[in-house]
Ligand binder design. Sequence first.
Ligand SMILES: Cc1cc2nc3c(=O)[nH]c(=O)nc-3n(C[C@H](O)[C@H](O)[C@H](O)COP(=O)(O)O)c2cc1C
Length: 197
Amino acid sequence: MAGTETQKEAFHIVAVVGSLRKGSYNRALLREAIEAVPEGVTIEVFDKLADLPLFNEDIETQETPDTALAFKEVIRKADALLVVTPEYNSGLPAVLKNAIDWASRGSPSVFKNLAVGIMGTSPGAMGTVKVQAQLKQSLGGLGAYPLAAPDFVLPLYKSKFDANLKLTDEATVTRLTAYLDRLRELGTCLSAIREKL
Ligand SMILES: Cc1cc2nc3c(=O)[nH]c(=O)nc-3n(C[C@H](O)[C@H](O)[C@H](O)COP(=O)(O)O)c2cc1C
């Protein structure tokens, strides 16, 4: 009945990309994820990782940078975090690890009981498997819950995107929607034990 139904709030995801370059395939993958969101899910991109200084406890003691505070705040308010990242030398891009280090500070950590989705694409056949394992280890150590199998890896990106960095592969679009749906399921379960505000 009109007026008596409670409006269901959207499930809100904050997303970051581990690549800073304009022509990033991982950024393109995030754009596609935003287009493929299931109904009732929103994605906000936090695009300021490059503004963070290299983590240094001395800087933190003097004054935590505004960008670090802003990153923590968007995570705190979100229902889940989505990390879309390339793999650098079998591991985490420094810009991403730096951001995690800044946001990890304080107690309770904003990562505690947080649902985290991880996606990545690469030109090679492994499709960011190794960096995803590292990320799970790091975030798991902070009390976050990275979404478990099946992972979202997208190998051989040249065969999946066109020259304008648009996905040409319908199966991948379907997979994006399904993955985000699973992230919502996990985040919804965790909301009972997560300190959001
Ligand atoms: C410093 C560096 C290290 C890299 N190491 C790896 C790697 O370990 N595994 C991999 O699959 N690709 C690696 N690559 C290739 C990246 O996957 C590729 O450059 C990719 O396009 C980067 O992501 P982006 O398009 O989102 O910027 C590396 C690239 C750079 C610049």
